[in-house]
Design a protein around this ligand. Structure first.
Ligand code: FES
Length: 401
């Protein structure tokens, strides 16, 4: 067969399919070699590992219920490298809390350069009443072994889609992906201009202020504007992040807006952004955490009687079991509270990792987090992390890999 399609004459070209079929028919049936036999597969596994096993090497307390955990590869469990990532991505952490298998997604706060040097950091803020963040703060010590996913998420700068300047809008622990981006810019690994509007209550409660000051001194591509909601002080903006404030710092030319923070911040800032009439592709939201309290939402069904508790028949790996749970919890939370390990990463309806078949029953899925494809909707698939039961139901769940 000719090496190059340009060298093939027209007659031979029309016979290509037949010639290939003939070669297929003559071939001996044999198993493909194991995937690790190919260098490209080995590289892909290194870049996109399903799991990364780490050991905590350092813990830094930043006050305000915020701790930064530094991980190094756990070579005893065969993680030799930290997988490279794009600034803005997250790791999904696998935990076992008193027999309950749970996952949580935390944005990476360190730079991609640091990963190449063998370390990676997660900055985790305690959530009042939050089961997992409080458990982590109490239980993770230097030397603790931690099991995470590979780098995940799409809250990253993409030169083909995003404008050259990004207005970052951060509130609370939503600062972590921006810290990674600012560090990547200062390292020369990202090329965009970052103007960060960072909301805090008072100057004393600003987390990572010294780090951002140092990054601004290293590069003129990072500018941080601190916006204090509970304090008026010279050198700081006061109040909330409004359309006027965004316009004050935005360039004349096109700019992208990246938001990361609590739901209340999105609700407020999204209304302000609507006034600016930016192109949709220039507004990016990081999905941040689980949705709680579904019954308080406007679109929660009012025309049916939803029981307090439901029974869920779970089919997994050919067996079935019946569990019970509250209609205030997502289907994923109910599975976990009953000790069933189900696949999940983002817990926000975006990644599709928890994708499961709803065999029967009704669920409420808030429109804002319904990240399913049309085919999933048509054929009865749901994302249990953002699906809240409205009735007894049966669900088929994939095993956790
Ligand atoms: S865990 Fe990502 S969609 Fe459910």
């Amino acid at each position: 067969m000719a090496e190059n399609l340009n060298q093939i004459g027209l007659t031979a070209f029309t016979k290509l399919a037949a010639t290939r079929q003939e070669a297929v028919n003559m071939a001996e049936p044999e198993y493909l070699p194991k995937e690790d036999a190919y260098a490209a597969n080995r590289l892909a596994k290194q870049l996109h590992p399903k799991h990364q096993y780490f050991v905590i090497s350092k813990i830094k307390d930043h006050g305000e219920g915020v701790k930064c955990f530094t991980f190094v590869p756990d070579t005893k469990r065969k993680t030799e490298h930290v997988a490279y990532f794009a600034a803005g991505q997250y790791l999904s952490v696998n935990l076992d809390i008193d027999g309950m298998p749970v996952t949580r997604a935390y944005s990476i706060s360190s730079s991609p350069k640091m990963a190449a040097e063998g370390e990676i950091e997660l900055t985790i803020k305690q959530v009042p009443g939050g089961l997992v963040s409080n458990w982590i703060h109490e239980n993770w010590k230097v030397g603790t072994r931690v099991d995470t996913s590979g780098p995940l998420g799409t809250f990253t700068y993409e030169g083909l889609r995003d404008a050259k300047t990004v207005i970052g809008i951060a509130g609370g622990s939503g600062i972590t992906p921006f810290l990674s981006m600012a560090r990547a810019i200062a390292d020369g690994d990202e090329e965009f201009q970052l103007i960060l509007l960072y909301g805090s209550r008072t100057e004393d409660t600003i987390v990572y202020k010294a780090e951002f000051d140092a990054l601004e001194a290293r590069t003129d591509k990072v500018k941080v504007v601190h916006v204090l909601s509970h304090e008026e002080k010279e050198g700081f903006e006061h109040g909330f992040i409004t359309a006027e404030l965004i316009q004050k710092y935005a360039p004349k030319e096109a700019y992208s807006v990246f938001l990361c923070g609590p739901q209340a911040m999105y609700d407020f800032v999204d209304k302000e952004l609507a006034k600016l009439k930016l192109r949709r592709k220039f507004i990016r939201h990081e999905l941040f955490g689980e949705m709680h309290n579904p019954k308080a939402q406007k679109e929660y069904p009012k025309d049916i009687t939803v029981p307090e508790n439901v029974r869920i028949t779970v089919i997994k790996e050919g067996t079935s079991q019946v569990i019970e749970g509250s209609t205030d919890d997502s289907v994923l939370q109910i599975l976990e509270k009953n000790g069933i390990a189900a696949p999940s990463h983002c817990r926000s309806g975006e990644c599709g990792w928890c994708h499961s078949r709803l065999v029967s029953g009704e669920v409420y899925i808030p429109t804002s987090v319904d990240g399913r494809r049309e085919a999933d909707k048509k054929f009865g698939y749901i994302h249990p992390c953002v699906s809240f039961p409205l009735s007894d139901m049966t669900i088929e769940v994939k095993p956790k890999s």
